[in-house]
Write a protein that binds this ligand. Structure first.
Ligand code: GLN
Length: 203
């Protein structure tokens, strides 16, 4: 499996480590490619769109021509996991002209709705498809305030969706890559393969 981590900005190394661990849990060989230029996405089986700063990430994706390649990846039905700023970039609407959203996911988001850096928190979260709560880390997290009919809500927090899926796209307001628990990466990447259905592994 070739996993591409969008690496124009954000917590790239954490996603690279998480996808390696998630693949290892399924005995799948995984080569990670960090993507900073066009021409690489097409070789990837799965993509990770990290947290960071959505205005910067979306601008650099457009500047480099990576944005259309990510759309083509999703149109081909290949998995992508987008977290926090990645969710904002993947959304249909971020209600902020500075974010050129990719429109991979029929949701609208409110940037920074959970507050500032100092309001960061971790909470155990029930996620559809996982049998035990997931330790969800929220840092300047976006709030999903509207979801389209084709979007499945996988988890919510205080009444708002915080993890969603639409076809090959899984996205979260929180940062699964910042915990040792790789189950959301597994859920996103191995979702169609019953032989490698998400399972909990000791880290
Ligand atoms: N608030 C950031 C943004 O709007 C996202 C924060 C994060 O990814 N931790 O881009």
């Amino acid at each position: 499996m070739i996993a591409g981590v969008i690496a124009v900005q954000g917590d790239v190394s954490e996603h690279a480590a998480a996808i390696r661990r998630a693949a290892a849990a399924h005995d799948v060989d995984c080569e990670v490619r960090e993507i900073r230029t066009s021409g690489v996405v097409g070789n990837c089986d799965v993509l990770l769109l990290p947290g960071g700063e959505s205005t910067t990430i979306s601008r650099l994706l457009a500047d480099e021509g990576i944005d259309d390649e990510i759309r083509a990846h999703v149109e081909a039905g290949k998995p992508i996991l987008a977290t926090c700023a990645g969710l904002i970039v993947a959304a249909a609407d971020a209600k902020d002209d500075r974010v050129k959203t990719l429109d991979l996911l029929d949701v609208s988001v409110d940037r920074n709705a959970f507050g500032r850096q100092k309001d960061s928190f971790e909470a155990p979260l029930d996620i559809t498809g996982l049998d035990e709560p997931f330790p969800a880390v929220f840092i300047r997290a976006p709030l999903i305030d509207a979801v389209g009919d084709d979007v499945e809500v996988l988890a919510d927090w205080e009444g708002n969706p915080v993890a969603v899926r639409q076809g090959p796209v899984v996205a979260s307001s929180f940062h699964p890559e910042l915990t040792p628990d790789t189950r959301l990466h597994q859920l996103a990447v191995f979702r169609d393969n019953k032989a490698v259905a998400p399972r909990k592994v000791d880290q």
